[in-house]
Design a protein around this ligand. Structure first.
Ligand code: PXG
Length: 441
């Protein structure tokens, strides 16, 4: 076998997730190390991280408190059984996390990813109504263009066609409210869009169609990330909360992206002043270092399960790695870093500079919308006729070459840098995107 055939074989063994495998393997993009805001590419070039990995490295890369916590933990207690046995740090982590949560979100269930957190939340919602004597509430409602991970529960309530179409009927008893993206009225909004509070009334439509007595929960992202950064119109989330309250429907916020400081408050629930019944998290919980997710529930939900004979298991659900000690240490090191460096509110301090910088691209070729909130931004491009997604991906490739990592979804460029970002990094990100926009056809 010659050298290039053997390299090719090595690349081919790995079936990469959410990646154009064949085109990647013709021209691989490989990073070999990282520090704070940057990766180092295999060819030695620097790559500025404009996306915090995949929206998860909120404190930046290779932070000492996290690295040390993981190293120490792995030498002390590498694993402990998740069921019927505990270790001290997971109780410490749970108590510290619920202190960050507003209202009565005082109990937390651990998972290993956002997808598992979503499915856990959906199962808890269904089981809650059952233990509460309302087992007719079996229906789960999601939203068009919602992303809730890739497990069967998550794609069922999710609203991205490409992620659903190959996988058959999925969960039954699921419906979707419409999304809130409305470029006609809201293009180039800064922060929350003015128009669209009435999209919340679409939940009323489904309540009338299915009858409230059949609906267990509504799951939405307070700010939709993966669909290309769709921001909630002013008044929308409070109105959704009102409708859920009125009909006894549990409200689940999927904060896998918005959690841990992305918008400038520890969680979006606080940022928007709307408290759901269940909050789904992952990603920033461990700064992306070790997989871990967490689902927060209100007191009344937890308490509803704590009945019956005490020797019986209350919820038949959990994972081998729920509360894994090494992941727990990573989460504690992450929390310490966030709190020491005040990162959970830093997006708020940087957001006006970020906002001005991203909106300065408004007159560049192909740009049909720009939106922003906290340290999140999106630049929506006019799709090239007959070749949707290609123009944005060409921008991605060009900025990668120039040393800036962005994300694209469809023809939208999405940005979500580590929360330690400085002004000069912001300038570099938007000047490279501007250069790329001027070059692509
Ligand atoms: N919910 C939300 C809101 C998410 O954004 C998940 C659940 C699933 O998390 P896991 O850990 O199972 O992947 C996510 C994940 C992107 C991108 O660039 C977004 C995600 C993952 C990868 C890429 O938009 N979100």
């Amino acid at each position: 076998m010659n050298q290039s055939a053997s390299n090719n074989l090595r690349l081919n063994s790995y079936w990469m997730p959410f990646t154009a495998n064949r085109s990647f393997k013709k021209n691989p993009r490989i990073v070999v190390s990282a520090d704070r805001m940057h990766y180092t590419k295999a060819d030695g070039g620097m790559l500025l991280d404009g996306t915090a990995g995949l929206w998860c490295v909120n404190a930046g890369h290779r932070r000492p408190k996290i690295v040390e916590a993981v190293q120490r933990q792995i030498e002390e207690l590498d694993y402990s059984p998740a069921f019927q046995v505990g270790h001290p740090k997971i109780f410490e982590l749970a108590s510290r996390l619920v202190e960050l949560m507003p209202g009565e979100l005082n109990h937390v269930f651990f998972t290993n990813s956002g997808s598992e957190s979503v499915d856990t939340a959906l199962k808890i919602a269904l089981a809650y109504h059952r233990v509460n004597g309302e087992s007719s509430r079996f229906r789960l409602i999601g939203r068009e263009r919602g992303y809730h991970g890739v497990n069967f529960g998550g794609i069922s309530v999710g609203g991205l066609g490409a992620n659903r179409k190959m996988y058959g009927p999925m969960l039954t008893g699921v419906d979707h409210i419409r999304h809130t993206h409305d470029l006609t009225r809201n293009a180039f909004s800064r922060g929350q869009p003015e128009h669209g509070v009435e999209f919340a009334e679409d939940l009323e439509r489904l309540v009338q169609l299915h009858d409230p007595s059949t609906i267990a929960a509504l799951i939405i992202e307070p700010m939709a990330g993966s669909a290309g950064v769709i921001l909630p119109p002013k008044g929308y989330l409070p109105r959704i909360r009102e409708i859920c309250d009125h009909y006894g429907i549990l409200l689940i916020f999927d904060e896998v992206i918005t959690g841990f400081g992305r918008l400038g408050a520890p969680f979006a629930t606080e940022y928007f002043g709307v408290i759901p019944d269940i909050v789904v998290t992952a990603k920033g919980l461990t700064n992306g270092v070790i997989p871990m997710g967490a689902v927060f529930v209100k007191n009344n939900i937890y308490d509803a399960f704590m009945t019956g004979p005490e020797h019986l298991i209350e919820l038949f659900h959990g994972y081998t790695y729920s509360g894994n000690p090494v992941a727990t240490a990573a989460a504690i090191g992450t929390l310490d870093t966030y709190l020491d460096e005040k990162l959970l509110t830093r997006a708020g301090e940087m957001s006006s500079y970020w906002e001005d910088a991203i909106h300065s691209l408004c007159d560049l070729p192909h740009v049909i919308d720009i939106r922003n909130m906290g340290l999140v931004g999106a630049i929506e491009l006019e799709p090239r006729s007959g070749e949707p997604t290609k123009r944005a991906f060409e921008v991605y490739l060009k900025t990668y070459e120039k040393g800036v990592l962005v994300r694209t979804t469809g023809d939208i460029i999405a940005l979500s840098p580590p929360l330690i970002i400085e002004k000069e990094h912001i300038d570099q990100i938007f000047s490279e995107i501007a250069n790329a926009l001027k070059e692509v056809k």
